[in-house]
Design a protein around this ligand. Sequence first.
Ligand code: ADP
Ligand code: MG
Length: 224
Amino acid sequence: MSLVATGVSKDYPTRMGPLSVLRNVNVSLNRGDALAVMGPSGSGKSTFLHMLGTLDTPTAGSITLEGTNPFTLPERELAAFRNRRIGFVFQDHHLLPQCSVLENVLVPTLVSRDTQPAETEAYARQLLERVGLGGRLDHRPAELSGGERQRVAVARALVLKPVLLLADEPTGNLDRKNATAVGELLMELHRQENNILVVVTHSPELAKLLPKQVEVNDGTLVTS
Ligand code: ADP
Ligand code: MG
């Protein structure tokens, strides 16, 4: 298995003592797998996704991605691992307003000390073509609609060909039509890239686009 979470628990320290958010969560996913994570607000969906994405550390248990436990890596190596192996799409697009669409998609490649910038730029252009924005490369984010901005964010998440693509409420700010379009786009690119896709969503319509669904319920994952 490419992504394995074993016995993962998360407590947050609070003034009232530890807050137990997740308990003994287990997940195994391979390339080509796509999982929707549902559950009420505050149930721990983002916490779970952040741990899969190495942005937060489990209190107990282990997570490995392609055989590496990222939490054992020194900080610099962890940052490089995250940059190279994991793509993120958030509810807010987090595009840089002063940069063009193409420059935004290339942002992850600045960190990775790209050795083949011409090839990477060609790939970024190709991705923008695939998300339907090939004609908007020089536009600024402010010149795009909400759905278009989120499609740029999807292209940016994929530019370094991550094995793991994580999306936290990626359609939460979009109207129904754009939400469906972004959901279908995520699935299409996931199939083409043969990566692992994990999408947190409130939306049953979006969840249904993914072949597997789980619900975070009282700190554990329940197959729904
Ligand atoms: P969801 O994404 O399902 O809405 P979250 O994972 O964001 O839920 O949060 C789960 C629970 O953990 C909530 O009760 C939230 O208040 C709490 N929580 C999240 N982050 C922190 C933190 N850094 N410190 C303390 N509690 C937190
Ligand atoms: Mg959340």
